[in-house]
Every structure is written in C-alpha cells, then in structure tokens.
Ligand binder design. Structure first.
Ligand SMILES: Cc1cc2nc3c(=O)[nH]c(=O)nc-3n(C[C@H](O)[C@H](O)[C@H](O)COP(=O)(O)O)c2cc1C
Length: 177
C-alpha cells in the first residue's frame, strides 16, 4: 500500500444552503471524505475557492452555471500543494450541472499527477458521475484513473458498502486493476 491522499470539494459548512445548513453539518461530499479518512487513515485536503460562493441556492446555481459555460477556473484559496509524497489520490466532488465544480479543475490542472493513481467519487442527485470522468481525463492526462463511484446524495446513509469499496480499492489498487 502506498501513500493515500484524499482530496475533496464540498459546499463549505459556513455557506450552507439557504441558511439550512449550519456550521456543524458537513456537506455530502465532505461527509463521505471523512468516512474514507477513517477507513484508510489517509491525509485529507479540502479544495476551497478564494471567493466564497453565494449562500442562496438559486444564486449559487447561476454562478456555477456561468462558470461552467465559460470553462472558468475559479481561484483556489490555497496557493500550492505538494503531492509528491502520495501515489494514490481519492478525489471527491459533488456533481454541478453535469460535471465537477470548476474549482476542482483549477486544482487538477495545477497539481502534478504524473505517475499517480486517481480514484474518483462523486455525490449527485440524478447525474451519477455525469461528464466528470471524461473531464478528469482531460485535466490529468498523465494520471492512471480508476472508474468513478457515484453516490446518491439522498441515500448516503445506505452507502456504507460503496464507501468501503472505495477505501478497499485505494488500499489495494493492484488487486483491482
Ligand atoms: C450548483 C449545483 C448544481 C448541481 N447540479 C447537479 C447536477 O447536474 N446533477 C446532479 O445529480 N446533482 C446536482 N446537484 C446536487 C449535488 O450534486 C448534490 O447535492 C451533492 O451531494 C452536493 O454535495 P456537497 O454537499 O458536498 O456540496 C447540484 C448542486 C448544486 C449546488
């Protein structure tokens, strides 16, 4: 087993959805990432935008759609992240308008994935992985990318087996190749 890093984007706790999601409640993708951390003992890194998104879900939808339409690369809150110590990256994100949030692409294009394995998962309401696996290949041509796991946002309490499966693959990826 090599060194595993969990990288994820999830709606920040402080942003919430129309005030319904307080500071204490993790986003869906964050909740899965934290379970994966418990299962793998891996390090964990949260992708964050420099500029916070609107609190209101409709406004967020508009901003996210405009970013997708423009193939924008929103600035990261963090500047650089040294991934050289890791050979396996579990990458998690919510599906936004049929693919990953654009800030995840910002991160992917800045990091060096040559020689690394990416094990992707997404939380979604209807789109499964959407176009995100194709986009992932485009952003990280040098990476070895495993098939993604799509987790239904409204069924996360029943997703234990799927989540354990992601951890298993990350810990013993050679057996699943
Ligand atoms: C801006 C926006 C766009 C979304 N677009 C989609 C979509 O195209 N397909 C889908 O299945 N779910 C979509 N969703 C639902 C999210 O993927 C789902 O709620 C996800 O679990 C949120 O994860 P998070 O709490 O970690 O941010 C969208 C949510 C938001 C906020």
């Amino acid at each position: 087993m090599g060194n595993i890093l969990i990288v994820f984007y999830s709606r920040p706790r402080s942003e919430g959805i129309d005030g319904k999601q307080g500071l204490s409640k993790p986003g869906n993708t964050e909740a899965v990432a934290l379970q994966l951390q418990r299962l793998t003992g891996a390090d964990i890194f949260r992708i964050e935008t420099k500029k916070p998104y609107p609190d209101n879900i409709d406004r967020l939808g508009e901003v996210a759609k405009a970013e997708k339409g423009a193939e924008a690369r929103p600035a990261l809150k963090q500047t650089v992240f040294d991934m050289s110590r890791y050979d396996t990256v579990i990458l998690g994100y919510p599906i936004w308008h049929g693919t990953m949030p654009m800030v995840v692409k910002t991160f992917l294009e800045k990091a060096d994935f040559s020689g690394k394995t990416i094990i992707p998962f997404a939380t979604h309401e209807i789109s499964y992985m959407g176009d995100s696996e194709k986009d992932l290949k485009d952003c990280c041509p040098a990476a070895d990318i495993f098939p993604g796991t799509a987790l239904l946002a409204t069924g996360l309490s029943k997703a234990g087996e799927q989540i354990a499966g992601i951890a298993k693959v990350a810990k013993d990826k050679e057996a699943y190749r």
